[in-house]
Design a protein around this ligand. Structure first.
Ligand code: F0G
Length: 461
């Protein structure tokens, strides 16, 4: 396996240290075996998330000084507005403090009790916000998304017959206020959605007058995969492909902490003034005035630059090759990972890695604990603890179909050598997997549905 060399050099250094074995054991107990409760100083390589953890460029740091901190109508707002018009083609937008704020504003403004929200797959906070609106998400992703070992180019695609069947309910038995497609599909392994599939979703939703939203947190990585894998797009730049993806959507929600390369920020962008004004009241109530939405003017400046940097071809080629490099090293070591490797993370099939630990004992989270123990590396379990469903009618618990352990790679922050260290540690855990006897049990849960993994206290069984 090989990765492209880093297309940047390091200007400022953040020292890291490997904590001792004793420190790690103490930290595990103190965190109640929950990676979200670890102190970052006790972590060597932090692959908990690729969200807000990337490195800004020198152009972004320089732009902070241009921040206009006016309450209303700041220059920084108009700089960002122009960028979004030029890059994505949306005439209207609302800044938000991060992606889940965009989800809150969208779902609390547009969804009502009993509504259905068809998606490819919802990520954790998206799902929790749909529940908060007393609506129900419906996964319409293609079947291959649930088959980690099946190598297919666009495992984030929407199954159009599932979507069509869902849409047929509107407005008779269930109201559908919007359809949302996540690019790339985080819950299903950072897998891309093809341009052809996005266009087909747009045709279906437009025919019924239902708005199509994209959750576009990882839109640039999705565009890169389209360039590499969709024959009709081979000769287009990632920026051109991105624009074609956006042309399918009526609106987008974005966690700008991912592809747009900032440490904090989010937005909703839309085509019509009508939608803008539907979302404006809750933005003012919960985020801030319409021209800053919970961010500082300097944040808006850094974001305007990050949005342009995210479609740089060399940056994207390295980014995706670094993640794939880690995945290929793991495959070479015999570790069962979700194939093909996604855009922002390597997802280990924890069910296949620890087949002797039942899913209700949280194998993905057991793997988190063991990898931290092995090499002070922090990943995140995305399995039963994060995604268990309660049937709205029977109240019965339903385990999710995927039990994944995610190693998310922050952007421009770690080197290819770090990836080799991660692979070595995962391989060491894999070697001793049969001796991992204990599962985990939940001793304290979240009172709010969908948030267990963030706050749970766990104990070895
Ligand atoms: N949508 C997707 C697809 C996400 O992956 C996330 C966050 C959000 C929305 C919410 O955005 O964090 O800015 O509020 N995902 C992070 C992760 C946290 O680790 O994958 P946010």
């Amino acid at each position: 396996p090989q990765a492209l060399p880093e297309p940047f050099r390091i200007k400022m250094v953040e020292p890291l240290a490997l904590p001792s074995r004793d420190t790690r054991e103490t930290a595990l107990r103190a965190s109640h075996y929950n990676m979200f409760q670890l102190k970052s100083r006790d972590v060597y390589l932090d692959l908990l998330t690729d969200s807000g953890t990337g490195a800004m460029s020198k152009a972004q740091w320089a732009a902070l000084m241009n921040g206009d901190e006016s309450y209303a109508g700041a220059d920084s707002f108009y700089t960002l507005k122009k960028t979004l018009q030029e890059l994505l083609g949306f005439d209207h937008f609302l800044p938000m403090h991060q992606g889940r704020a965009a989800e809150h504003v969208v779902f609390s403004s547009l969804a009502r009790e009993g509504d259905l929200i068809p998606m490819n797959m919802p990520f954790d906070t998206t799902r929790a916000h749909i529940f908060q609106a007393r609506a129900q998400p419906l996964s319409c992703v293609v079947e291959e998304a649930y088959q980690p070992e099946v190598d297919a180019p666009f495992k984030g695609n929407v199954d159009l017959s599932k979507l069509e069947a869902a849409l047929a309910q509107h407005p008779h038995s269930r109201r559908i206020p919007l359809v949302m497609v996540t690019v790339t599909n985080n819950s299903g392994g950072g897998q891309p959605v093809s341009l052809e599939n996005l266009r087909a979703c747009a045709r279906l939703t437009r025919a019924r007058g239902i708005p199509l939203f994209l959750d576009a947190a990882r839109m640039a990585e999705n565009a890169y995969f389209i360039q590499q894998r969709e024959a009709s797009c081979r000769n287009l730049t990632c920026a051109q492909i991105l624009r074609r993806m956006m042309d399918c959507a009526d609106a987008i929600t974005v966690s700008c902490k991912k592809d747009p390369l900032v440490n904090i920020g989010g937005l909703v962008a839309m085509r019509t003034e009508a939608l803008y004004y539907q979302l404006a009241p809750r933005t003012i109530l919960h985020e801030g005035y319409l021209s800053y939405g919970g961010l500082a003017g300097r944040d808006l400046e850094a974001l305007a630059i990050g949005l342009r940097e995210m479609v740089d071809e060399e940056y994207l080629a390295h980014r995706v090759s670094q993640v794939r490099y880690l995945g290929d090293l793991l495959t070479e070591a015999g570790v069962p990972i979700l194939r093909p490797v996604g855009g922002h993370a390597v997802f280990i099939d924890a069910g296949a890695f620890l087949p002797h630990i039942p899913q209700r004992c949280y194998p993905a989270d057991v793997l988190s604990v063991e990898l931290y123990r092995e090499g002070a590396i922090r990943g995140v379990g995305l399995g039963a603890l994060a995604f268990e469903d309660t049937d709205p009618v029977t109240g019965r618990k339903k385990l999710p179909r995927l039990e994944l352990f995610r190693l998310a790679i922050p952007r421009r922050a770690y080197t290819n050598h770090h990836m080799a260290y991660v692979a070595k540690c995962v391989a060491a855990v894999h070697q001793r997997r049969a001796s991992i006897r204990h599962g985990l049990k939940l001793v304290q849960d979240s009172p709010v549905p969908g948030l267990s993994h963030f706050v749970a206290r766990l104990e070895p069984t």
